[in-house]
Each structure stands twice: as structure tokens, then as C-alpha cells.
Design a protein. Structure first.
Length: 366
């Protein structure tokens, strides 16, 4: 089945005798005891089952686990590691997960943050207790590109697992499991949900191995699971994911080119640009470059804030992946310890008409 077809039919597991075309929402927290039935909604429920089947299919994995947020999904991987394990993660890692490693897992796990665009940094970071290499590509917010195949090869040789945060690419543009990763992570709050109204996360595994059993134990025992309503809405949203992603990427490419040629702009970050240092690797592992563009304006934080305040259609709010364009000065959201330049603006390019978006940006930068 092709991706577009799977997106529509893969999450529609209808068992009702009336045969509705769309899977109903099963709100029941408990199920009548019988040999093959589900038991309790934290362990499983029909809507989560449908979502997990769909996600496993989209990422070409053996199984998936849905969570109540992207952070819950990421943290579950870290929780499944043995205490005392070491992990390697990117310096430009989603700040909420980086903060979780540094705070929640302080004294439990060791972590080394490196610039993964240089493989030598990854190679040097391995220790005898390194169990996991965490990849995020394209990264948030600098759109750094990590060579998934090369890092997976290094990790395999050292006996470490590889997990990849695929939130920015989505399975429409990148399948990390095909490139050597063992686990894929998503914030489904972003493109999967696609309408800025669902918080969710997911993990997808290449094989149902011992580590995956530990992850499932954290999911069910820890209980950070999404509600049947959230699962239903995600299955519904994912039906249009392939077409939304094509629109986001097309608009992002045009906006990135427009910004690159603008005299008020200092630097543009978008892996679809030939000038992006990771462009060739991105082109070798992605079939599209995603919908997020970051750029630095000439001048400091005040100039960036002024540009943002003049926009009509780009909404000054954090998050990304919705149909509406969102924009923010990223360092302000990441707090005082951020490595993100103060004049960097992150744009989640939406599905409004491109002419309106370009006109709005032109006026704001003038
Ligand atoms: C938003 C985001 C997360 C965290 O997801 P939540 O759903 O907000 O918990 C993780 N990784 C990336 C790349 C993100 O953009």
C-alpha cells in the first residue's frame, strides 16, 4: 500500500456490527472479560490500537506506542535504559527533551551533547557504557542534518541503539528505520495532529525486542497514554498528512528562497537550500525537506521582535506543524541556557495561500 492510501485506511479498524465507515470512539475504560478481549484502557483501547497500527505502518516498524505528548514518548526511551547508562545526543536537541535529560535523569543517566553534523564528534563521544545514540534530524530549531545511516553504522559497531526524533520530517519525507535506526520518536502534537489542537507523542520500533518490551512497560505502567478521543483525532488528522506535508514543504521552499534573497536577512536555515551545509545528506535520506524554516535577521533580538510584531498571518506562538503559519523568536522560548542565536526566528510555514504569506513577510521585513 502506498503512503497516501495507508494514511487513509491504516487507522480505521472498525469492528462494530453496524459497519460504520469511520471507526467509532470507544470511551469505555474497561472491557467485559473474555479470552481475546482488551482489559483496561490504560493497557490498550480500540482507538489507541488503531493509531499504533497506523503509526507502525507509516514508519515501516514492527510496533508502535502512543503517548500523551512527544516528551512522554522521548522520556519513556530514557526510562527504559538501565540506570548508569550513557547516551549521546545532539547539541541542537529539542530543548524540552534536553532539559528532561539534564533534570529528571540527573544522577541516573550520563549524557554527552555533540554537534552530530560532524561524525567525528559522535565517534569521540562513545564510552564503554554508551547504550543509546539519540538523533534529531532536521533539528529544532537550527535545521541541522544528521547522517542517519552513518551514525547508525557507528552505533551498531559500538553495540549502542539508535533512536531518531522524526518530528520535523514525518514519515512522508523520511523513514529512519529504513536508514538503520532502531526506534523512531514523534511529537504528534506537530504535523500528525496538524491543526494545533492535539497533544501527543509516539514511538515506533523496528523489532519487538527486549528493549521494546521495556518501553511498552514504561508506556503502560507509567501510564502517560493518550485518551481515546486524542487517538481518534490523530487517526483522522493523519489521513491528510501526506498532502499537508507536500503543501508545507512547497511553501517552505519558496519562503526560504525569498528570505535568502532579502537584504534584511542575515542567514537562512532550510535543508532544501543548496547552500545549507546538510543539503546533500538531507537529499540522500529525505524525499522532501519539511515545513520549518529558521532565519536570522540583521540586527538583534529587538529587530526580530519588531518583524514578528508586524506580521498579519504568521501567528506569534510556539509550536509548529499546524495548518496555520506560526512564528516565534526561538531563543525567547528556550530560556537563558539556549545556544540558539537571539535574533533567530523560527517559522512553521502553514497552508495559507503562498501569495498572502510572501506579501505579509515582505511588509514585515521592509
Ligand atoms: C515539540 C517537539 C517535541 C516535544 O513534543 P511535545 O508534544 O511538545 O511534548 C519533541 N521533539 C521535537 C522535534 C519537537 O518539535
Amino acid at each position: 500500500m502506498k503512503l497516501e492510501t495507508l494514511a487513509i485506511h491504516g487507522g480505521n479498524i472498525v469492528s462494530d456490527s453496524e459497519k460504520p465507515v469511520v471507526q467509532p470512539i470507544t470511551l469505555s475504560t474497561t472491557f467485559i472479560h473474555q479470552p481475546e478481549s482488551m482489559i483496561y484502557a490504560r493497557a490498550n483501547n480500540p482507538n489507541r490500537h488503531a493509531l499504533e497500527q497506523l503509526l507502525a505502518g507509516l514508519e515501516k516498524g514492527a510496533d508502535a506506542a502512543a503517548f500523551s505528548s512527544g516528551n512522554a514518548a522521548g522520556v519513556s526511551v530514557f526510562q527504559a535504559l538501565e540506570p548508569g547508562s550513557h547516551l549521546i545526543a545532539p547539541d541542537d536537541m529539542y530543548h524540552g527533551l534536553k532539559n528532561a535529560i539534564l533534570s529528571i535523569f540527573k544522577g541516573v543517566l550520563e549524557a554527552t551533547f555533540v554537534d552530530m553534523t560532524d561524525l567525528e564528534n559522535v565517534e569521540k563521544a562513545f564510552q564503554s557504557n554508551t547504550k543509546l545514540v539519540w538523533i534529531e534530524t532536521p533539528s529544532n530549531p537550527l535545521l541541522k542534518i544528521t547522517d542517519i545511516r552513518a551514525v547508525a553504522k557507528l552505533a551498531k559497531a559500538k553495540g549502542a541503539m539508535v533512536a531518531c526524533d522524526n518530528t520535523f520530517a514525518t514519515p512522508v519525507f523520511q523513514n529512519p528505520l529504513d536508514l538503520g535506526a532502531d526506534i523512531v520518536m514523534h511529537s504528534s502534537t506537530k504535523y500528525f495532529g496538524g491543526h494545533s489542537d492535539i497533544l501527543g507523542g509516539a514511538l515506533i520500533t523496528k523489532s519487538e525486542d527486549e528493549f521494546w518490551a521495556k518501553v511498552k512497560n514504561v508506556q503502560i505502567g507509567g501510564g502517560a497514554v493518550p485518551s481515546p478521543m486524542d487517538c481518534y483525532y490523530l487517526c483522522r488528522s493523519i489521513k491528510t498528512l501526506p498532502y499537508r506535508m507536500k503543501g508545507h514543504a512547497e511553501h517552505a521552499m519558496v519562503l526560504a528562497n525569498f528570505l535568502s534573497n532579502h537584504s534584511a536577512v542575515e542567514k537562512v536555515y532550510y535543508p532544501g537550500l543548496k547552500a545549507h551545509p546538510g543539503h546533500e545528506i538531507a537529499a540522500s535520506q529525505m524525499t522532501g525537506f519539511g515545513g520549518v524554516v529558521s532565519f536570522q535577521v540583521k540586527g538583534g533580538a529587538e529587530v526580530a521582535d519588531r518583524v514578528i510584531s508586524k506580521l498579519k498571518y504568521f501567528i506569534n506562538a510556539t509550536s509548529l506543524g499546524g495548518v496555520e503559519s506560526l512564528i516565534e523568536r526561538r531563543a525567547a522560548s528556550e530560556g537563558p541556557d539556549t545556544l540558539t542565536p537571539q535574533n533567530l526566528i523560527r517559522v512553521s510555514v502553514g497552508l495559507e495561500h503562498l501569495d498572502d504569506l510572501l506579501e505579509d513577510m515582505e511588509n514585515a521585513l521592509a
